[in-house]
Design a protein around this ligand. Structure first.
Ligand SMILES: NC(=O)c1ccc[n+]([C@@H]2O[C@H](COP(=O)([O-])OP(=O)(O)OC[C@H]3O[C@@H](n4cnc5c(N)ncnc54)[C@H](OP(=O)(O)O)[C@@H]3O)[C@@H](O)[C@H]2O)c1
Length: 294
């Protein structure tokens, strides 16, 4: 079946990777249902679609509201009679510096969008995807494979998504649905992690006894030029759309060479010491004894 006849639903398309993916999918010929929790915020998406000369079907979907998820999927089924692919893209960052300084409520709020939201949309879509022999693609993160200091809640949610989808993939494949997780590294040209009241100073204050370690980490990552290692949202969008179109996409799809090499280091790290060693250098403590005394 050509892309032109296929219907894809994407979550979180008001900005960033979701916006770029919606326009890229439509340009590739997919009938694209671009969802967002607040359609009044569709201005940037509509402008990008106009510029690209494509049409999008913009609908409301809040991944944390069961009625919104069910209602949107039912409406799509009524309108098109089919759904060939879902892109779980909606996600939120974490603004708490670390475990002791965070709360259960903040951890749960993060998991609500980044994990349970993904599960809810996937569950609601699965009957349609099975009927179509479709695709379920989720935007993960390198931080769903490698833990990032001072980002526990987000890492927990993205690790959960990886595990969930890895377990689901062979079962879904047996019923004709291909499941993949697309894994970007740092993507700076999005709204991700922008909290108007949060900056290095407020985070430092909120870090309590961890403040010196937090400061060392921030200095280290600034010194390593992570900003310049960032890749554009459009690159991720193109990988997502390729994953929707390839006959046999792999389960895990890093979006560039840096992400691929980063994952490779973790996946070869059987007892976890290599990642611990690396993370300790980010904190300015390369020689902290490891758990096995080395
Ligand atoms: N940027 C990075 O460095 C990076 C790296 C790796 C992976 N990722 C992943 O990429 C995905 C997209 O993030 P992004 O970087 O493009 O950031 P973004 O510009 O902030 O986009 C996130 C999108 O998710 C939406 N969203 C948040 N809560 C929602 C909810 N309850 N229901 C529906 N939509 C909701 C946001 O909508 P509103 O406009 O309504 O808030 C927004 O459209 C996320 O899954 C993120 O974890 C990002």
């Amino acid at each position: 079946m050509s892309a032109r006849e296929r219907v894809v639903l994407i979550t979180g398309t008001s900005s960033g990777i979701g916006l770029a993916t919606a326009v890229t999918a439509a340009r590739a010929g997919f009938t694209t249902v671009a969802t967002m929790r607040e359609p009044a915020r569709a201005g940037a998406l509509r402008k990008a679609a106009r510029r690209a000369g494509v049409t999008l079907d913009v609908r409301r979907l809040d991944v944390t509201e069961p009625a919104s998820v069910a209602g949107c999927l039912d409406d799509v089924a009524r309108t098109y009679g089919r759904l060939d692919a879902v892109v779980n893209n909606a996600g939120v960052a974490n603004s708490d510096p670390t475990l002791e300084m965070s709360t259960d409520a903040a951890l749960r709020a993060n998991l609500e969008v980044n994990f349970f939201g993904v599960v809810a949309v996937s569950r609601a879509a699965m009957p349609l995807l099975r009927a179509a022999g479709g695709r379920l693609v989720t935007v993960g993160s390198v931080h769903g494979v490698v833990g990032q200091p001072f980002n526990e809640a987000y890492c927990a949610a993205k690790f959960a998504v990886e595990g969930f989808m890895e377990a689901l993939a062979p079962v879904a494949a047996a019923h004709g649905v291909r499941v993949s997780v697309v894994v970007p590294g740092f993507v700076p040209d999005t709204s991700f992690g922008i909290f108007p009241d949060v900056n290095r100073r407020t985070l430092h204050t909120a870090s309590g006894p961890y403040a010196p370690t937090f400061a060392a980490y921030m200095d280290r990552i600034a010194g390593q030029g992570w900003e310049s290692a960032g890749r554009p949202a459009q690159e991720v969008a193109e990988v997502v759309v390729r994953t929707l179109s390839e006959e046999c996409p792999p389960f895990r799809v890093p979006t560039n060479r840096w992400a691929s090499e980063y994952l490779a280091a973790k996946l070869a790290d059987r007892d976890g010491s290599a990642v611990q060693r690396l993370a300790r250098t980010w904190l300015g403590r390369p020689d902290t004894p490891s758990e096995n005394g080395s």
